[in-house]
Design a protein. Structure first.
Length: 286
């Protein structure tokens, strides 16, 4: 190889390396821009923080509220159970929003000083189904969230976030998809397999309600009940004996209705959670 050939080869290698470095820089820059575009900054403290995340083009849901929790802390579901306070979600000031629905991944039972709370013991995403007022134009979400976080003591928390949903690519699609998969499926009373709420019976003399649930064998099972409005505070159903073969039985007392409300004919929502499966059933008391 001549000296000129050697130098030409070296120059070609240097040009290739430079081109590769430029390509890497562009890719990293694009990823950084994408990470900034599909999530708002975290807003909170060392115990918890909140942000909005965006779903990209073709995503099943358009956005989500993400809550980050310090290890050992928990927060609450839409109905907190025997203890705690429900989150208050305010999207006033958002732009180009026709409708917005918060979708709640299945919660779990949490023991609190002899009571049973309902919520989440690790980071959680609440998916948001957003419909634009003017399709094809960006949606701007402005969130104000009041919630509570608990370890041994419970403290109030709040977070604010703002994010524009441009409908472009998003790094949050996988996380939103996973959160959506944890949202209970809506089924009718008696429907579903292997998880189903088979029967709901009111015992008038005992002033309690019995619920029979079919669930995968060996799976941990939890049942939650909500009244027709947020003012109702029905007890968390407890597992009891006496279920027919192949079923598990729960009971809750007829207690917690607001003043003047009647239990007879009241609409209730039952949520059953068995491992990774969850269902939601809307029914009425007898």
């Amino acid at each position: 190889m001549t000296a000129s050939q050697h130098c030409a080869g070296f120059n070609q290698l240097r040009r290739s390396a430079a081109a590769g470095a430029l390509s890497l820089a562009i890719s990293c820059g694009a990823a950084a821009a994408l990470a900034g575009d599909d999530a708002s900054p975290w807003n909170g403290d060392a115990r918890s923080a909140v942000r909005l995340i965006a779903g990209g083009a073709g995503a099943a849901v358009q956005a989500g509220i993400e809550i980050r929790l310090k290890a050992g802390w928990h927060t609450y579901w839409r109905y907190p159970g025997d203890a705690g306070v429900p989150p208050r979600i305010d999207f006033a000031g958002s732009q180009n929003v026709k409708s917005l629905a918060v979708l709640w991944p299945a919660p779990q039972r949490i023991a609190e000083e002899g009571l049973t709370a309902i919520g989440y013991t690790s980071d959680v995403i609440w998916p948001l189904a957003v419909v634009a007022q003017s399709p094809g134009k960006p949606v701007m979400l402005r969130l104000k969230l009041d919630y509570a976080v608990c370890e041994k003591l419970c403290v109030p928390a709040e977070g604010e976030a703002e994010l524009t949903l441009a409908g472009t690519a998003s790094l949050s699609n996988a996380a939103l998809k996973a959160a959506l998969a944890r949202v209970p499926r809506k089924v009718a009373l008696g429907e579903g397999t292997p998880l189903a709420i088979r029967a709901v019976k009111q015992e008038r003399d005992a002033k309690r309600v019995i619920v029979d649930v079919a669930a995968p064998a060996g799976a941990p099972l939890a049942l939650f009940v909500e009244g027709p409005t947020a003012e109702w505070a029905l007890p968390v159903p407890m597992a009891i004996d006496g279920a027919p073969a192949g079923l598990r039985r729960f009971a809750f007392e007829l207690d917690g209705a607001p003043p003047g409300a009647k239990y007879e004919g009241a609409a209730i929502t039952l949520t059953a959670v068995a491992g990774e499966q969850a269902i939601e059933v809307a029914t009425h008391l007898d």
